[in-house]
Write a protein that binds this ligand. Structure first.
Ligand code: KG4
Ligand code: ZN
Length: 345
């Protein structure tokens, strides 16, 4: 057994099978196997996702250990995503982690996926010497395919959800609109790319403004749908002709809704550290808007590298690592919790 804290981490909450090795907070490897099988269905099919995880989990873990240059005997603990996520998907990673840890007689550490998205900011990349970290307390806007949350982060383990979406997540809004525009799944990156060529003011789509720090994105999809239906009656090539303008206008509305609440949170809490997390933080428009907001509010912006925005096991590994070194775990396997809440972690 190594003197260093060496953690194998597994993430399988949705449609990415991922394994990583984190040693003393440094990423030694982070392997992600995506699942192309969902593309033709325009969304994640839960049964197909768990089957693909079953197929991928052993080679992904093997590759992560090999790339890290770590053997079984050097591991101190195995971290895994307990939730939130799809039950069948979670079960594959959780069962694997539980069995693997038991066979090595080392603790298994359960991790909340939403907490992990936030703590991804603290992963030390192997070859990067200086790494600027957010200071506590900071605000984190976690925007993914399944969640949209405004979180006040007081500590690695003390996080308060100030507000969240009441219906669709921001990533879901990107993906649903992308489907209407006949773009492949997941559509967020395609909208992002197209938006760069379009006019964000071409169409006036609603940027929801819910009370407090809550969000709502379901109206946006409906509004785009009605606009398309009306325009397609007049011109069947409307989508084809105006795709970039539509993408830019939708992206503008989503970013406007997010930034409005982030600005309100900065002003009301007085916290001058703003972080982004989750798959949608890969969006180039959102990244720029957060940097602009930080400049305007004299605050600091923390935007993770792309590999740590979308689902990955390195973020599970860093969370398990903090739990391990602070002895904030009991080492016992816990069954997946599809609706695992961030509060109370
Ligand atoms: O965090 P994540 O990988 O998985 C979940 O936990 O949901 O987030 C996936 C979401 C998808 O909705 C995808 O369309 C969105 O992140 N996404 C983007 C971009 N890259 C990924 N949305 C907008 N622009 C992007 N560049
Ligand atoms: Zn996620």
């Amino acid at each position: 057994m190594s003197n260093k804290a060496t953690i194998l981490a597994i993430e399988s909450s949705c449609d990415d099978t991922s394994a990583a090795v984190i040693q003393d907070g440094v990423e030694l490897s982070n392997v992600v196997a995506g699942q192309k099988v969902h593309t033709e269905f325009g969304g994640v099919v839960p049964e197909l996702a768990s089957r693909a995880h079953q197929k991928n989990i052993v080679p992904v873990v093997d590759t992560a250990l090999k790339r890290a240059g770590i053997s079984h005997g050097q591991l101190n603990a195995v971290g895994y995503t307990r939730g939130p996520g799809l039950l069948g998907s979670l079960m594959v990673g959780a069962s694997f982690a539980g069995g693997y840890a038991a066979s090595l007689n080392i603790p298994v550490i359960e991790v909340n996926h939403m907490q992990a998205h936030i703590l991804a900011h603290f992963i030390k990349p192997a070859n990067q010497k200086k790494h600027l970290l957010p200071e506590f307390p900071f605000l984190c806007l976690t925007v993914s395919g399944g969640h949209t949350q405004m979180v006040r982060v007081d500590d690695y383990f003390k996080m308060t959800v100030l507000g969240e979406t009441r219906d669709d997540a921001a990533g879901e809004a990107f993906d649903k609109v992308a489907k209407l525009l006949h773009l492949p799944y997941p559509g967020g990156p395609f909208i992002d790319r197209l938006a760069g060529e379009g006019n964000p003011k071409a169409f006036d789509f609603p940027a929801s403004n819910m009370p407090d720090y809550d969000f709502s994105f379901s109206g946006l999809k409906t509004s785009v749908l009605y606009k398309l239906q009306a325009e397609l009656k007049k011109n069947p090539d409307f989508i084809q002709n105006r795709k970039a303008d539509l993408a830019a206008s939708v992206q503008y509305a989503i970013i406007k809704a997010l930034i409005r609440k982030l600005k309100k949170a900065v002003k009301e809490t007085g916290i001058k550290q703003i972080a982004l997390a989750g798959g949608v933080s890969a969006n180039s428009g959102l990244r720029k808007a957060v940097e602009d907001l930080a400049r305007e509010q004299n605050a600091a912006a923390f935007i993770p590298p792309l590999a740590y925005c979308t689902d990955n096991a390195a973020m599970i590994g860093i969370t398990a690592y903090f739990k391990f070194i602070t002895k904030n775990y009991d080492g016992v396997y816990k069954a997946p919790t599809p609706n695992y809440r961030l509060t109370g972690v």
